[in-house]
Design a protein around this ligand. Structure first.
Ligand code: C2E
Ligand code: CA
Ligand code: CA
Length: 777
């Protein structure tokens, strides 16, 4: 089965079938034509036999008749006949006879007596001997004028049969005085001459009922068996199929019928045809093996290039992509081969592309994590003093959300470009969205400061894309190779350092073991925070907000602290990010708001009318239930909505602006005051903030703390004030650390001020003390 599935076998089988069919057809056709040829040949032979016989027989008749007529007109002969000189007459008759070499010469008198009968025969030496016939002087057995007409010119004499023709001898008055006749022997010699002419065995027979007399036949070839056969045929008209026979009834002789016949065995007759046929068969049979060999060769030739291609394809399949596929064959197969070659090149190109993709970042074309591992592994194994600097671009989420992903992608590409310029020997990689790595093979710790300065210069350059100008900032975590530390660990350490830097709001952090200790602590905090909320380990500190126009404390900001049973006071910057990442922000904010409402009532009982601002995290805004809870709880606790301000940072809005706006609108429609916290640190413009349903802006403390020493900050604060007022927003300045700044802001109609100059955030009791002693009541 497998063998037959092979192309070569199939082609060969096809050829074999075609060859056999062609041979069978030609065999059948030549057999048919041979049969026809045989029939034709036999028919021809019989016609020839018939024609030859007739011409011989008729010729002899004509010749004998003409000669008899000539002799009868011979006056010499006639005179001697009339004279009655028998001897002289016989001599003259013989002379005439010998002229045509007749076997019999006869003269019959008018009364029917044979007056001359000369029979010529040959003696043993082949000499002609002429003798008187046995019927000399006997009465002629036939009536010449009636019986011996033209039809039956036969005369049987002494067992010999003659073909004889008479002509009348006439007297002067034209009366018949006798007849003169000449005859040829019908016998062996005639049969022989017929055979010579036709190639057939010839003979004559006299048949009288069952008695058959052989009158003459053509020599030696005829055998007893054949004679019998011919006889039978002539009598019964039936013939053995092996023989071809021609016969003709010639006439009656003494009540016997005379027949001429010619025959030959079929095989003898058709011997030449048969040998020709056999030759044809032999040629056909010889063609069979030759054609089969040819078919085998052709099928091999057709499939050889295919086998070559199979071989080369296997070679390619083993991963050898640089061979040149070729076949020494037809144009089509050469094309196929060249297609193979191009396919091979395409595979190489694709494999290279796939490999490139596997080890590179598609957006920036920088190395990716895989490539970082691949390159750094040998560095570590070689014991190089490696450094990994993990770089996080700040606020990339905001860029993506506010300016769109196209701009985000351009920023990432720009950062990639800048990183590549820092050190040509360093490997620059992109690990994920806004995380990059610079890996150094040989790194001197002493050059770290220079490197960092360079990094800050490179990344910190202003970036302009279309009309947008951005100030790119980064946070970095750095780890240095230590004996026995692999690349995975080194990267994790850099990441720990990075998280640490972020948490402490630092630009960078070099990893050391203590950080890990901190992260362990951080991990513990995660677990403890839940309990802390439930067990009231949290406390609210209050920082006053001064109404600058009235010079009166009308508001406070509630800032949470965690009084940890073992660690003491933990600042919000440490645990707020944890709460945000561990889904505990909802519980925390609800605690803060509940506590702030309780505080409101406590102050109310002390106749202190204070509006409280609470910080809301991005996580809270994502939860629809949260807003309803705030509104409902205020109503339940009987706290007027006007007494509550919610502070939200810009980035709380950017992740899902639609939802955020919906929530803020709901809150504002219910009478709550909304404030944008840390204004100026994000990427959103005032125009964008215009969309938000808010009442107030809190200028970030970074612009206020050194306001009087920094002209740029003054410009920013001044213009923010103007724009905000134009939009109908109130402005709160936080981070006021001195009197002059307070003065400056008051002069410029900033609505409220907050800062250490007035008071640090204080727990309830201390705040109450501060307030009672304060000048702003
Ligand atoms: P924030 O909302 O910007 O709060 C103001 C922060 O600036 C407070 O730090 C405050 O102590 C500090 N500050 C006020 N005036 C000055 C000044 O004149 N100079 C300087 N250098 N700093 C000043 P705090 O209390 O450590 O809070 C840090 C941050 O933690 C807050 O920043 C706020 O984002 C977050 N936070 C605090 N309490 C809560 C809370 O209850 N809920 C939420 N979601 N976040 C909170
Ligand atoms: Ca705040
Ligand atoms: Ca703030």
């Amino acid at each position: 089965m497998v063998l037959f599935n092979r192309l070569q076998t199939r082609i060969f089988a096809f050829f074999v079938l075609v060859i056999i069919a062609v041979l069978a057809l030609s065999f059948w056709l030549s057999y048919q034509s041979n049969q026809r040829l045989e029939q034709q040949y036999v028919a021809n032979q019989l016609e020839v036999a018939s024609l030859v016989f007739e011409s011989q027989y008729d010729n002899r008749n004509y010749y004998l008749a003409a000669f008899a007529s000539t002799a009868a007109k011979d006056f010499g002969l006639k005179d001697i006949f009339i004279d009655g000189d028998n001897r002289s007459f016989l001599v003259a008759l013989n002379n005439h006879r010998s002229r045509i070499n007749a076997s019999l010469a006869m003269a019959v008198s008018g009364d029917g007596t044979i007056i001359g009968q000369l029979v010529a025969s040959q003696d043993d030496l082949g000499q002609e001997v002429v003798a008187l016939g046995s019927e000399q002087h006997a009465p002629f057995r036939y009536q010449i004028d009636t019986e011996f007409d033209q039809i039956s010119p036969f005369y049987l004499l002494d067992d010999k049969l003659y073909q004889i023709k008479f002509s009348p001898l006439t007297s002067g008055g034209n009366s018949v005085i006798g007849w003169v006749g000449f005859g040829f022997l019908i016998g062996d010699s005639l049969a022989n001459s017929l055979q010579k002419l036709t190639g057939l065995n010839s003979g004559f027979m006299l048949i009288e009922q069952d008695t058959i007399t052989n009158v003459g036949h053509s020599g030696l070839a005829i055998e007893q068996h054949d004679t019998q056969l011919v006889t039978q045929y002539i009598v019964k008209d039936q013939l053995d199929n092996d023989f071809i026979l021609w016969k003709q009834f010639l006439g009656e002789v003494d009540n016997k019928s005379l027949h001429a016949y010619m025959f030959k065995s079929r095989s003898d007759l058709l011997a030449s045809l048969e040998s020709q046929w056999l030759q044809q068969v032999a040629v056909l049979l010889l063609m069979l093996p030759v054609s089969l060999l040819l078919a085998f060769w052709i099928s091999g030739t057709i499939t050889r290039p295919i086998k070559q291609l199979i071989g080369q394809a296997r070679f390619i399949a083993k991963g050898n992509y640089h061979s040149n596929v070729s076949v020494d064959s037809s144009v089509e197969l050469q094309q196929l081969a060249s297609e193979f070659t191009s396919m091979q090149q395409a595979i190489v190109a694709r494999e290279q592309a796939i490999e490139h993709q596997a080890f590179h970042d598609p957006l920036t074309n920088l190395a990716n994590r895989n490539q970082l591992h691949r390159v750094c592994k040998p560095w570590i194994e070689a014991g190089s003093s490696m450094a990994i600097c993990l770089i996080n671009i700040r606020r990339m989420t905001e860029v993506n959300v506010t300016l769109g992903h196209v701009v985000g992608d351009e920023v990432i590409k720009e950062v990639a470009k800048r990183l590549c310029h820092i050190n040509p020997n360093a490997l620059a990689c992109r690990l994920s969205g806004d995380e990059f790595v610079l890996a150094f093979k040989e790194f001197e710790r002493s050059t770290f400061d220079a490197f960092l300065a360079m990094l800050q210069v490179q990344i910190g350059q202003h970036y302009c894309y279309k009309d947008i100008s951005l100030h790119l900032q980064f946070t970095a975590g750095v780890s240095f190779s230590q004996p026995g530390v692999d690349i995975v660990t080194l990267l994790r350490q850099a990441d720990t350092a990075l998280q640490h830097a972020k948490m402490n709001k630092r630009d960078y952090q070099i990893y050391d073991a203590n950080i890990d200790k901190n992260s362990i602590e951080r991990f513990q905090l995660i677990n403890e925070l839940k309990e802390a909320i439930e067990q009231n380990q949290l406390v609210l500190y209050y920082q006053p907000k001064l109404n600058l126009a009235q010079q009166k404390i009308t508001h406070v900001e509630a800032l949470v602290r965690w009084i940890h049973p073992k660690r003491g006071i933990i600042p919000p910057d440490t645990f707020i990010p944890i709460a945000e990442k561990t889904m505990q922000m909802d519980a925390l904010t609800r605690w803060v708001i509940t506590e702030a409402m309780a505080q409101y009532h406590r102050w109310q009982t002390q106749s202190i009318d204070m509006c409280i601002a609470v910080n809301i995290s991005a996580e809270n805004l994502k939860d629809e239930q949260f807003c309803y809870w705030v509104i409902n709880t205020l109503a339940e606790q009987n706290v007027p909505v006007s007494a509550m301000t919610l502070e939200i940072t810009e980035d709380a809005v950017v992740s899902d602006p639609e939802l955020a706006i919906k929530q803020l609108t709901l809150l504002r429609n219910n009478g709550l005051t909304l404030s944008i916290d840390d204004y100026g640190t994000g990427y959103s413009s005032l125009a964008q903030l215009k969309q938000l349903p808010v009442d107030e802006l809190k200028i970030d403390k970074s612009f206020v703390q050194k306001l009087l020493h920094t002209e740029a900050d003054q410009i920013i604060v001044q213009s923010t004030l103007q724009l905000a007022h134009n939009l109908g927003l109130k402005v709160v300045a936080e981070g006021i650390e001195d009197k002059e700044t307070l003065q400056w802001l008051t002069e410029r109609h900033c609505e409220m001020g907050q800062g250490f100059y007035l008071s640090r955030p204080l727990p309830e009791r201390q705040f109450n003390d501060w307030l009672s002693q304060s000048a702003y009541v």
